[in-house]
Design a protein around this ligand. Structure first.
Ligand SMILES: [Zn+2]
Length: 236
């Protein structure tokens, strides 16, 4: 028998739900998703998440379409079933207690790199190294399966942004804004590198410059960890 989802009142504050819906609209406006692509989640307590529903054009969601689930994946509230990629999101929260939001999208240029078996080259774009860090490439696993969560879980321990081979990308952040901006920056960086390749051979930054950028990223993240958590919890 097909599961039935009884309409329950959402517990998350209205402003929090609105923020998540706005991120979905921005992903669509930037063409990082198309059709019913993509999904977003946000930690709204020690044991629960607000997530996008399965199906739906994410650019036109209503706040009441959102779903609440436990960190074990059990649906707690909402009138629709949760995203079919819930396992991808739960893997990030499982791997990293500092993660407060996860954005999964299908950025065109960044995903195109995976069709060649490549990740986004590290050590070539200074701002990308500072804001996104090294982008991992997860081996192919079928969308919507537990296997996809399994291939990203370990990678999330070391990376904030992961390309999913032949599929898309997933970004974890200490706030909704951080995860959203990481996805935007990933695609923007991929477009720059693609443009550079049309012009000629890319010259990497020198090792000392790369080391300094990685050190600056570590320092910035350590300094802003508590700010990011406050931003999320203090908004409502
Ligand atoms: Zn996908």
């Amino acid at each position: 028998m097909a599961p039935t989802f009884r309409p329950h009142r959402l517990q998350a504050p209205f402003a929090t739900r609105e923020a998540l819906v706005r991120v979905c609209a921005a992903l669509a406006a930037r063409q990082l998703i198309a059709g019913q692509d993509g999904n977003v989640s946000l930690r709204i307590g020690s044991d629960r998440l607000l997530v996008t529903p399965s199906g739906f054009a994410k650019g036109a969601l209503d706040v009441d379409d959102l779903v609440e689930v436990s960190l074990a994946g059990e649906q707690l509230a909402g009138r629709h079933p949760a995203t079919s990629e819930l396992g991808l999101h739960l893997a990030a929260y499982d791997a990293r207690p500092d993660v407060h939001a996860v954005v999964h999208a299908h950025p065109v240029t960044a995903t195109a790199f995976t069709l060649l078996g490549e990740s986004i080259p590290d050590g070539v774009l200074a701002e990308l190294m500072l804001t996104v860090g090294t982008v991992a490439l997860a081996p192919y696993a079928q969308p919507g399966t537990a296997a996809l969560g399994n291939v990203v879980r370990l990678l999330f321990r070391q990376h904030d942004v992961i390309l999913l081979a032949h599929h898309g990308a997933v970004a974890a952040g200490r706030s909704l804004q951080e995860a959203h901006f990481a996805m935007e920056s990933l695609e923007h960086g991929a477009r720059m590198i693609h443009a550079a390749r049309q012009l000629g051979r890319i010259i990497s930054l020198q090792d000392a410059a790369c080391d300094a950028l990685r050190e600056a990223r570590r320092g910035a993240r350590n300094g802003s960890a508590s700010d990011a958590a406050f931003m999320e919890n203090g908004n409502d």
